[in-house]
Design a protein around this ligand. Structure first.
Ligand code: MN
Length: 255
């Protein structure tokens, strides 16, 4: 299978290298990834700046391109311009840090997978639940290679992307796979004020993701319990129940 591999941590992130290694054993993998970190850019695309690309050097161990753009730029550019034949699957990750709950909206990793769906391709986003830069991505990479062989999963419509989160645990402590809904867990902000050398105050966003509600059927809780979580996602933000409740109302135009 032809796979476009991208991420939001940047083309030289270890999580991407781990996926490249595990997927290229059986697939033709082309990297089209941001040249620098693009975490939390969400679904942004570049409109007002040039999108520069450069081929990856062979000594990087990767085949493909580094792109001065966002993850969504990478998917669009890879599909439309860079890859001689279009990919059959877009894989994004492995992100350093879980993408669960509301944080999915900010995630460049997940947005690359939803961009794939917009362009008519299956997409898969993968994140490891740790912020330790020295984390071991090998089991998560192995799991994704195993999952890719099984796509689409039974019941999965072909263009519904999957958001996968893997606990950062030794493989024998991972309890299994749970199909989960997105929780309402969110980043609880803590802005840390500091001073620059000229005495001006600036802020650095800290804090942690907390989920105050939701049971084991949610991504946040199942991941914390040691399960790999898989959530089928969509980019249509319409609230169906609200829409049907509001439809019978006629809002008059102003006089
Ligand atoms: Mn990231």
């Amino acid at each position: 299978m032809r796979i476009l591999l991208t991420n939001d941590d940047g083309v030289y992130a270890p999580g991407l290298a781990a996926l490249y290694q595990s997927l290229s054993a059986r697939h033709q993998v082309t990297v089209v990834a941001p040249e620098s970190e693009q975490s939390a850019v969400g679904h942004a695309i570049t409109l007002a700046d040039p999108i520069r690309v450069r081929p990856l050097r062979p000594r990087s161990g990767l085949t493909g391109w580094a792109v001065r753009g966002t993850p969504a730029d990478c998917v669009k550019l890879g599909l439309n311009e860079l890859m001689p034949r279009p990919p059959e699957l877009v894989v994004s990750g492995i992100n350093l840090g879980a993408n669960v709950g509301v944080n999915v909206l900010y995630s460049g990793t997940v947005s690359a997978a939803t961009e794939a769906a917009i362009l008519g391709l299956p997409g898969l986003a993968v994140s490891l639940d740790t912020h330790q830069p020295q984390a071991d991505f090998s089991f998560a990479a192995r799991f994704i290679a195993h999952l890719v062989e099984r796509l689409p999963l039974p019941g999965q419509p072909p263009l519904v992307p999957l958001n996968v989160n893997v606990p950062a645990l030794p493989p024998d402590q991972i309890r299994g796979v749970r199909f989960c809904r997105q929780s309402r867990a969110r980043l609880v902000e803590e802005f840390i004020p500091r001073q620059d050398p000229r005495g001006n105050t600036y802020y650095w966003l800290g804090g942690e993701t907390l989920g105050s509600e939701g049971g084991p059927e949610t991504d946040f809780v199942a991941l914390a319990q040691g399960y790999i979580t898989i959530t089928p996602i969509r980019h249509d933000l319409t609230h169906e129940a609200a829409l049907s409740a509001m439809k019978s109302f006629t809002l008059e135009l102003p006089e």
